[in-house]
Design a protein around this ligand. Structure first.
Ligand SMILES: [Zn+2]
Length: 311
C-alpha cells in the first residue's frame, strides 16, 4: 500500500504579514522537495473541504463562524498577538480539516498504509473556542475524533513532536478518555504550558518537557523507556502525529538541537511502534518548522520513512 500525500492549493491562500514565520513559502519548499523522483510513488490526494460536522467534533459552531466572519476581503485581521487571518484563511483551515479526515479515510479504509498532510495553517495551539499561535482549528484532534466516530475505533493516540507545547490539542482531548496525547516541548518556551503535572482528566495526557539544547536522541530515549510502555498498554488503534519540525537546530523560533537525521529516526521509531501496535496506521499532519531549508529536508526525511514503512 502507498503513503498518501495530501495537500491543496487553497493552503497557499492563508496569507500572513511580511516577516511572519508561518508563511506561504513553507508549503512551497515542501512541495518542491516532494516533487523529486524518489517521491513518485506517493498517492497524491487533493484535500477536500472540511465539513462543519468535522470541525464541530472539536469546536462550537459559533467559534467556527467567528473565524469565517473574521476573514477580511483585503489585508489581515489580527486575532491575537501572532495569529492573523486573510481572505483565504478560512478556506485554507477547512482544507486542513478535510485533509486530515480524508487521510483517516484512506488509512483506515485500506487505500494507504499511512499519510502525510502538508496543510496550513497549523492546528495544535487552537483551543476549543480560541485561536492561538498561528492556529485556527485543532486539525489533529479533529482527525482523532473523526476516526473514532466514523470508524468506531476504541482508542487513538496523538504524538506531538513540535518544539512548542500542543496546548490546543491538550485542551481538546483533556476530558477524552479514549485519546492519549503525548507532547514533547522545549521548556521554558512559549506558550509556557506543558508541565509534567498536566495529565488530563483521565491520565490521558503525557507532557515531556525538554531543556533547551536537548538533542533528538534524548527525546527518543524518553520514548523508548517511559512513553512506549504506557502507549502499548493503552492499545491505540491509530497513531496521529503533530509533525512540527521547529525542534531543528536551525529553527529561528526555539533552541533545541534536533538534526534532520533525528526527524528521520523519530519517524522510524513511531512507525515501528505503529507497525507493532496500531496495524501500521499513521496519519501525520504538518505543524511548525520555520527554517525553510531545514523544513524541506526534514519533511522529506519524514515522508521517506513513511514510504519505507508502507512497502
Ligand atoms: Zn511549533
Amino acid at each position: 500500500m502507498p503513503t498518501a500525500y495530501i495537500t491543496h492549493s487553497d493552503c497557499y491562500k492563508h496569507l500572513t504579514p511580511m516577516g511572519h514565520p508561518e508563511q506561504v513559502d513553507r508549503l512551497r519548499v515542501i512541495e518542491d522537495s516532494l516533487a523529486k523522483s524518489n517521491f513518485d510513488t506517493l498517492l497524491r490526494i487533493s484535500a477536500p473541504v472540511g465539513t462543519m460536522d468535522q470541525v464541530r467534533l472539536c469546536h462550537p459552531q459559533d467559534y467556527v463562524l467567528q473565524i469565517k466572519n473574521a476573514c477580511p476581503n483585503h489585508g489581515y485581521v489580527t486575532l491575537d498577538g501572532d495569529t492573523h487571518v486573510s481572505v483565504g484563511s478560512f478556506d485554507a483551515a477547512m482544507r486542513a480539516v478535510g485533509g486530515v479526515c480524508s487521510a483517516i479515510d484512506l488509512v483506515i479504509g485500506g487505500e494507504a498504509r499511512n499519510a502525510f498532510c502538508a496543510t496550513r495553517p497549523p492546528g495544535h495551539h487552537a483551543e476549543t473556542d480560541k485561536s492561538k499561535g498561528f492556529c485556527l482549528f485543532g486539525t489533529v484532534s479533529i482527525g482523532a475524533k473523526y476516526a473514532m466516530k466514523k470508524y468506531g475505533l476504541s482508542r487513538a493516540a496523538i504524538i506531538d513532536f513540535d518544539v512548542h507545547h500542543g496546548n490546543g490539542t491538550q485542551d481538546l482531548v483533556w476530558n477524552e478518555p479514549n485519546i492519549m496525547f503525548v507532547t514533547s516541548q522545549q521548556m521554558p518556551l512559549w506558550p509556557g504550558t506543558g508541565e509534567v503535572s498536566e495529565t488530563g482528566a483521565h491520565n490521558n495526557v503525557i507532557n515531556l518537557p525538554l531543556k533547551p539544547y536537548s538533542s533528538g536522541a534524548e527525546l527518543m530515549d524518553a520514548y523508548q523507556h517511559s512513553i512506549f510502555p504506557k502507549l502499548a498498554a493503552y492499545k491505540p488503534e491509530i497513531l496521529l502525529i503533530s509533525a512540527g519540525f521547529d525542534a531543528h537546530i536551525k529553527d529561528p523560533l526555539a533552541n533545541l538541537n534536533f538534526s534532520t537525521e533525528d526527524f528521520k529516526n523519530i519517524t522510524k521509531m513511531l512507525c515501528e511502534f505503529a507497525d507493532k501496535h496500531c496495524h501500521g496506521r499513521v496519519v501525520s499532519t504538518l505543524e511548525g518548522g520555520y527554517d525553510l531549508p531545514a523544513l524541506a529536508d526534514s519533511v522529506a526525511a519524514h515522508v521517506n520513512v513513511l514510504m519505507e514503512h508502507a512497502k
